[in-house]
Design a protein around this ligand. Structure first.
Ligand SMILES: Nc1ncnc2c1ncn2[C@@H]1O[C@H](COP(=O)(O)OP(=O)(O)OP(=O)(O)O)[C@@H](O)[C@H]1O
Ligand SMILES: [Mg+2]
Length: 270
């Protein structure tokens, strides 16, 4: 099967349900909108916030969309996609983003990070915005180190925003007794849940229209089947929708019906 033939069969100008959607083309379901509002509030207040959600709930796209809305000359983003780079790696990223050269000794590096973070806003009028994605992978000692950064900052009033983004286990981890000091500093927490059935339908339509199809392509019962199979989670919806498109292309149908959706579910559950 070729993607080109599938695309022309359905009259797509590009493949739907892909990963690289510009922020303005994202489907603004309520969970997505609220996540963005909370992230932006957290940034404007120089606070620490936590955004959680199951795998594929739309955390990373929400962060991207929220950060895309910030004035670049007044913010210094430090986006850390994978915290398994260790605390040294995290400090190094921050120091480098703020124009420093990372100190060799870990103890020095930690205080260098804290002082660069504290100075950026006063000296260059730019607010550092540190985003740690997949933060559920952080170990307790790394969360402790982040707490130290925020408390060093607190002494003089907060000079940066910190966003921890990850799977729901992150919330539970932060409740550990050893992390209560960090937990208390978190001013906003939000969980992106799966979408409701109506939003799943709108979500599918918005991906299709981004791909150049505005007329109905999925039958209503196909959408219901996909919604239930994906529990309203965007990435799972994408996977099922693509499989259903392929299944229906293979049988030469013009509309993606319930049987195509069902075969997508069977295929994805193997
Ligand atoms: N609001 C949205 N509008 C359009 N597409 C979306 C939206 N939210 C999520 N998606 C789609 O779902 C995919 C998964 O979203 P994302 O990568 O943000 O999930 P995640 O919560 O960060 O998952 P993980 O836990 O695996 O990191 C994206 O690649 C995108 O295609
Ligand atoms: Mg993600």
């Amino acid at each position: 099967m070729s993607i080109d033939r599938l695309q022309s069969h359905y009259g797509f100008t590009r493949m739907p349900f892909g990963r690289d959607i510009p922020p303005q083309a994202l489907h603004p379901h309520p969970g997505h909108r609220e996540a963005i509002a909370r992230i932006q509030w957290c940034v404007s207040q120089h606070q620490t916030g936590v955004l959680t959600g199951e795998v594929g709930a739309g955390k990373t796209v929400a962060i991207r969309a929220a950060l895309a809305g910030l004035e670049p000359s007044r913010h210094q983003m430090v986006y850390i996609p994978d915290p398994t780079i260790t605390m040294r790696g995290i400090y190094t990223r921050i120091v480098t983003a703020l124009g420093g050269s990372p100190a060799f000794y870990s103890g020095v590096l930690a205080s260098q990070t804290a002082s660069l973070l504290a100075g950026e806003l006063d000296e260059r009028s730019r607010l550092p915005v540190i985003v740690i994605d997949e933060a559920h992978l952080l170990e307790v000692k790394e969360l402790e180190a982040l707490r130290m950064l925020t408390s060093a900052d607190m002494d003089t009033g907060s000079h940066f925003a910190l966003l921890l983004v990850g799977q729901p286990t992150l919330r539970r981890r932060l409740k550990l007794a050893v992390l209560s000091a960090l937990d208390q500093r978190i001013s906003t927490r939000f969980q992106i849940n799966g979408m409701g059935p109506k939003d799943t339908a709108e979500y599918i339509h918005s991906h299709l229209s981004y791909a150049g199809r505005t007329d109905p392509l999925f039958s209503e019962d196909a959408i219901t089947t996909i919604h239930d199979g994906a529990r309203g989670y965007p990435r799972a919806i994408n996977n099922l929708a693509i499989s259903a498109l392929i299944a229906s292309f293979a049988t030469g149908k013009a509309i993606v019906d319930q049987s195509a959706a069902q075969s997508a579910i069977t295929e994805n559950s193997d």
